[in-house]
Design a protein around this ligand. Structure first.
Ligand code: IUR
Length: 449
């Protein structure tokens, strides 16, 4: 058996790790017999030299079985589903889709992640709700799945522990955008959920990890192949991530927008992703006969309030006080007072009159990350109240001086340079014709045969 330094050297020099090598590395990560510096070195070697498909599959299997693999009552056969995204800006799809799928009769044991690089993480968003506990044991997950039908939890010491360690260190070592590491991370969590069907939202564009459609497609194909290899029916959507999904970016403000969506007042782009991805999953379970029936069923669950009831029940089952959960889900205008609001707000104004042609989601995400919405060291806390709300829509004509962005911040305050970067994230033009055609985010679906 090779030692850890020998394994790092083998990968660093471009060799393919054997099944035994991968097992040795993942076991050392899980048992904490390896130094963080050695893990970082191996991650960088994998980032630089890549992995052949069979190595990636072994990595994924070993990560999956580094902890418990969940099992379900046999009556749920065919109904256990999930979706996972490669990371976006303002990407709150999981918060709406998990309860919507549960309302349609599916079981959704979603193991999510924290923010990675500039992208937001579902777990960080949920933790802005006072009391929400993302750490749940396998027995508690089964209980919540039985009573509610969905839960959103994190990796723990017992559940995909290898991903918990690698995920945090990838963020800290700039090794997030590696095909085998992404596949290992996402598919190991989904494998541990013992799913019937999985849909992946693979992002491309300015604010995505992979900017061009071709590289994103390569990632989507790898994820689909590793997912199918682990026995899940796996599909993928390629969706554009140039701007923001919806109007809110940041942890607390995204929870508010998710709740607005669950109350039937969601933005079109978010609803497009929720209904498309959900429609594919419902079709894969056989609960509906085609995608359009699936989309309609998901949309009805969101618009009609059934998904909101599931979200409320999920919050209560995951530790949120009944009164808090009820208040967040009520129609009352003060519903969101239980979420902490940042001490300071700053509205940025349009510097000229024009039509909104573009908002750069990457710039927004990077500035918010620096203001505390994301972390630059593993384990660092995030400031849930930091965020931004877009006050204009694409194609809207705005007058000079109109507020287009509301920034929520505490310490540190935005620097003049950050404010000017934000101002430059807005592109105004004179030509409405350029924005006349309605954009759809999902460009391509890779469906199982
Ligand atoms: N989500 C994950 O769980 N893991 C990853 O590597 C990415 C998104 I990128």
């Amino acid at each position: 058996m090779l030692s850890i330094p020998e394994l790092i050297k083998k990968k660093r020099d471009g060799g393919a790790l054997s099944d035994e090598d991968v097992k040795t590395f993942i076991q050392a990560v899980t048992n904490k017999t390896i130094q963080d510096a050695q893990i970082g070195a191996m991650l960088m070697a994998i980032w630089q030299k890549g992995m052949i498909n069979s190595e990636t599959e072994t990595l994924t299997r070993e990560m999956m079985s580094s902890g418990e693999v969940l099992s379900w009552p046999k009556e749920w056969a065919g109904l256990v589903v999930d979706k996972h995204s490669t990371g976006g800006v303002g990407d709150k799809v999981s918060l709406v889709l998990a309860p919507a799928l549960a309302a349609c009769g599916c079981k959704v044991p979603m193991i999510s992640g924290r923010g990675l690089a500039h992208t937001g993480g579902t777990l960080d968003k949920l933790e802005s709700i006072p009391g929400f506990n993302i750490n749940q044991s396998a027995a508690q997950i089964l209980k919540i799945m039985t009573s509610v039908g969905c839960c959103i939890v994190g990796q723990t010491e017992l559940l995909v522990p290898a991903d918990r360690v690698l995920y945090a260190l990838r963020d800290a070592t700039s090794t997030v955008d590696s095909l085998p590491l992404i596949a290992g991370s996402i598919i190991s969590k989904k494998g541990a959920e013992s799913l019937t069907a999985l849909v992946l939202d693979v992002k491309f564009g300015r604010a995505a990890l992979y900017k061009d459609l071709d590289s994103a497609k390569e990632l989507a194909q790898l994820l689909v192949s590793v997912g199918n290899g682990l026995g899940m029916r796996t599909a993928a959507a390629l969706s554009c991530m140039d701007g923001t999904i919806g109007r809110c970016v940041g942890n607390s403000v995204e929870v508010m927008e998710s709740l607005e969506t669950l109350k039937g007042r969601g933005p079109d782009d978010l609803m497009e992703l929720v209904t498309t991805l959900g429609g594919v999953l419902l079709m894969m379970t056989g609960l509906v006969s085609d995608q359009s029936e699936g989309r309609k069923k998901i949309s009805d669950a969101v618009i009609g309030g059934a998904a909101l009831s599931k979200f409320q029940a999920m919050m209560e089952a995951q530790g949120v006080a009944n009164e808090t959960a009820r208040s967040l889900c009520s129609a009352h205008k003060d519903a969101y007072r239980v979420l902490r609001r940042a001490e300071h707000q700053l509205e940025l104004e349009a510097s000229e009159e024009g039509v909104v042609l573009d908002v750069d989601g990457l710039v927004l995400a990077e500035v918010l990350h620096k203001l505390g919405a994301g972390r630059s060291k593993a384990g660092e806390p995030v400031n849930h109240s930091v965020g931004a709300e877009l006050l204009v829509s694409l194609g809207q004509r705005v007058k000079k001086g109109v507020s287009w962005l509301r920034l929520h911040y505490e310490a540190p305050a935005p620097t003049p340079d950050q404010i000017s970067r934000l101002q430059n994230a807005l592109t105004l033009g004179t030509n409405d014709a350029q924005t006349q055609q309605k954009h759809t985010l999902v460009k391509e679906l890779l469906l199982p045969h």
